[in-house]
Design a protein around this ligand. Sequence first.
Ligand code: SAH
Length: 569
Amino acid sequence: MIGLISATAAGAVARDRLAAAWPDRTRVYDGPVGDAVRRAFAECEQLVCFLATGAVVRLIAPLLGDKAGDPGVVCVDEGGRFAVALVGGHGGGANELARETGELLGAEPVVTTATDAVGLPGLDLLGLPVEGDVAGVSRALLDGEPVALRAEVAWPLPPLRAGAEGAYAIRVTDRLVEPAEREVVLRPPSLVVGVGASRGAPVEEVLGLVERVLGEAGLSRASLAELATVDAKAGEPGIVEAAARLGVPLVAHCAERLAAVEVPNPSDAPLAAVGTPSVAEAAALVRGGELLVPKRKSQRPDGRPAMATCAVVRRPGRGRLAVVGLGPGARDLLTPRARAELQRASVLVGLDQYVDQIRDLLRPGTRVVESGLGAEEERARTAVEEAREGRAVALIGSGDAGVYAMASPALAEARDDIDVVGVPGVTAALAAAAVLGAPLGHDHASVSLSDLHTPWEVIERRVRAAAEADFVVTFYNPRSRGRDWQLPEALAILAGHRGPTTPVGVVRNASRPDESVRLTTLGALDPATVDMMTVVTVGNTATREVAGRMVTPRGYRWQERPGTREGTE
Ligand code: SAH
């Protein structure tokens, strides 16, 4: 809950805007300001105070405890010009709240915590459990003091500006170690615990076994990635509940697959019961890795036979390949998720002109592998190879990276040994459609006219099919200096099925500074005005020009009112 406190009429207006925008997240604290702040501080996770920072500092000073437990506090000035993250920037989420509040009120967010300000990842924001001297090591990283990176477990980290030696250290481990002074310990999700249990095994027995085995092996619970078992036990309440209490997913594998895994301690009992000679060891090992703890049995307080078994595996480190679409060009059409992935990567792979488009967003220390036009296969291979080395890689493409772009050559190379994350982008057809009006209001197709990768006969067949089926068609790669006859041919095929007054939109450099838009017709389009920076969208037989915009009605409209087809045939 976010507590809202104001003192003046102007403050109350801004406060009410926030309360109206976030009705479920906010609570207004009325009455004398000092009292309101104290109550909100005790009851809420976050506060937005429409008060001077000085007043708030004095009021909360006696209430402050520690960074982890205190609420995040944001102050908004009387004029509504600034939203200041006062305390709890990271832990209390005040930085993020200042940004959100600023966006809503049109105020400038003021964020002063160092790591956020200069684009270094906050060590506590990597998505991994972290222990130790986060503030000290973050400050050292920021000040450029040497920080040693000691990775005992492979994990795809973002660039951290850390080297081999240093007075400060970042340790990446799943072992149960106490962070030393000036050290942070990051816990990658590297451990898989395979579990087996007989019917009705109590959750305490399963959970107790897992925790005891991890503890005795000197392994950290914070690095537990998942529990794994056999299909037949996927609904066993003791196992399901143990996973829930540990806060990890339960992954089930089929018995045939487990039976094929070579294990040190097979036995006959599970073979008869569920069809595999090993559950715990096989489920832990099925996706590879190193067996750290072979099968162990639970101990029952009443001395009766054990009902649960488990085994622990350290899974192989997996690299991370993010395939990121940058959108058509404009910075505000780059999605927040794409931006986050660009900053998550330690290696960026892409065409030089696209790299230039986002270079300012990269974190210091990001390694950039750029290449020129045409080197597609090589770029795809490089990206996959870098990820297989265990790194965090972003492979970028304009528009959507999966549309006539890098995603398919990359994933055709990739095997099951890396994690792949796709981030969709606004593809050229959509960027162009938005400036043209609503040309894609009904069924549509995209066709690339580049016959570098596809024989012309295939392209021609597809254009013909689209023409016959009356699809709105967007041509990508429509025309280049050495490739000028394909567009006229494709247009001629469409003209065989739709009239010369059919609207055609020609959009060059959509969303880029030199964007240009032309609305013409199938009969009047001069192909010589089209180049490789352009998409051409040809309407179907129902598409019309309305007030200078290109509009394709939804199908049911013209079926109800056949008159709307006039003039297009
Ligand atoms: N992955 C890209 C397409 C790559 S193919 C996407 O999803 O948009 C390259 C072709 O896309 C260009 O020849 C051009 O036809 C089209 N294109 C890409 N960006 C464009 C833009 N901003 N404006 C107009 N056309 C564009």
